[in-house]
Design a protein around this ligand. Structure first.
Ligand SMILES: Cc1ncc(COP(=O)(O)O)c(C=O)c1O
Length: 394
């Protein structure tokens, strides 16, 4: 039977292969320290879990409207107003099955065959696959430590072609945990808007970013460019990865378009997850999520200090999310081999740069510090001991 070309072309997550090997080591009785997983270890706030139990009281739970429960869209609009100081009409918010569906819907709504979409190298790999699925061409724009591995307006201007229809940015980014400076983001948005192109900004880690100087929350692109498309998620800040709930904030013109596609592709996001997510905005849930952000920042310090002590450089320190992007080129191993050896000999799982990047595919690995402080210290100590033994042998 015929398998579609787009499916044959799709790259797998290489991290999964390492996950499987880690599982095999565990099955053989080893304790593997997993620093490869991009999800917080906290889980959903208790009020959300309680609300889910209540939603399971036997009520019928039909589909919600395609763009989501009105009460949840209102709660998100209030969150943007109260936390981020931006006024967003709830009618412009689409509730989706995770940020993944939001990205899929927005890509489907804005990409035609032959369109170029500018994306930073390194970046979250699924976006490229989605753009390709709709016949577009993801153009990976080189970045460097000097721009915190984020796009600069100069790099965007250089990469622009007469087929460019969108720029995709994630801030903070996966795999680097680095944010784009607001002035640079504003300049890129201005450039793209002046050329009639979409600005698609993935802010799923925004609430896990360090506050701006003065203590205000890290700024959403909506404060700079109210017509940017914003992708959000309950997965990371709210610790709800498996609940599969996210959202998109859309410019008015895209709302009916995304609604039509959402009806066709998904009918609606999960009704019980949406009902439970209302409790994510209760004051005690928001206070807990803030405590967790601070806890992740403490873990970042453990990791950065630990990596420095074992001689593994992090060229750009993250300012959010829960990732560090480590340069392992000084070890004499390429990134893939480094991940293999560290898993095999130190029983620590990391993710090779190849999952995210072209330029840094062979030199960098991603470590996720969404693990317990004990695991982080143990994992780094094991990697350090492994590197020491290699140095002694050579
Ligand atoms: C940058 C980025 N965008 C989107 C996603 C998808 O997240 P979700 O669980 O909300 O679908 C991820 C997941 O790790 C991510 O890192």
């Amino acid at each position: 039977m015929h398998i579609a070309q787009r499916a044959r072309d799709a790259e797998p997550f290489h991290a999964l292969a390492f996950g499987q090997r880690a599982a095999a080591l565990e099955a053989a009785g080893h304790h593997v320290v997993k620093l490869s997983i991009g999800e917080p270890d906290f889980g959903a706030p208790p009020a959300v879990r309680d609300a889910m139990r209540e939603a399971m009281d036997g009520r019928p739970l039909p589909y919600t409207p395609a763009l989501g429960l009105p009460a949840l869209r209102d709660a998100l609009a209030r969150f943007y107003r109260e936390k981020h100081g931006v006024v967003v009409d709830a009618a412009r918010i689409a509730i989706t099955s995770g940020a993944s569906s939001a990205l899929l819907l927005v890509t489907a709504a804005t990409t035609d065959p032959g369109d170029d979409v500018l994306i930073a190298d390194p970046s979250y790999p699924c976006n490229r696959e989605m753009v390709r699925s709709f016949g577009g061409m993801p153009l990976l724009v080189p970045t460097s430590a000097a721009t915190r591995y984020q796009l600069s307006v100069d790099a965007v201007a250089d990469a622009w072609s007469d087929r460019t229809t969108a720029v995709m940015i994630a801030s903070p980014s996966n795999p680097t945990g680095t944010s784009i400076p607001p002035a640079e983001l504003a300049a890129i948005c201005d450039l793209a808007r002046s050329r009639d192109a979409w600005r698609i900004v993935d802010e799923i880690y925004l609430d896990l970013a360090d506050p701006a100087p003065g203590g205000a929350p890290a700024r959403t692109v909506l404060a700079l460019d109210p017509d940017a498309v914003v992708i959000g998620s309950f997965s990371k800040y709210f610790g709800m990865t498996g609940w599969r709930l996210g959202w998109a904030v859309l410019p008015e013109a895209l709302v009916p378009v995304v609604e039509r596609l959402a009806m066709n592709y998904f009918l609606s996001a999960s009704a019980p997850a949406q009902l439970a997510a209302l409790a994510a905005f209760a004051p005690e849930s928001l206070a807990l999520c803030e405590e967790r952000r601070l806890e992740l920042a403490r873990r970042r310090t453990i990791v950065l200090d630990g990596l420095a002590a074992i001689g593994l450089p992090v060229p750009v320190e993250p300012d959010g999310a829960f990732y560090v992007y480590i340069d392992v080129s000084g070890t004499g191993m390429d990134a893939w081999r480094f991940c293999e050896e560290v898993l095999q000999h130190a029983h620590v799982s990391l993710t090779p740069g190849r999952d995210f990047a072209v330029a840094t595919a062979r030199t960098h690995v991603r470590l996720s510090y969404a693990a317990s402080p004990a695991d982080l210290s143990e994992g780094i100590a094991r990697v350090g001991a492994f590197l020491d033994s290699r140095r002694r042998e050579s």
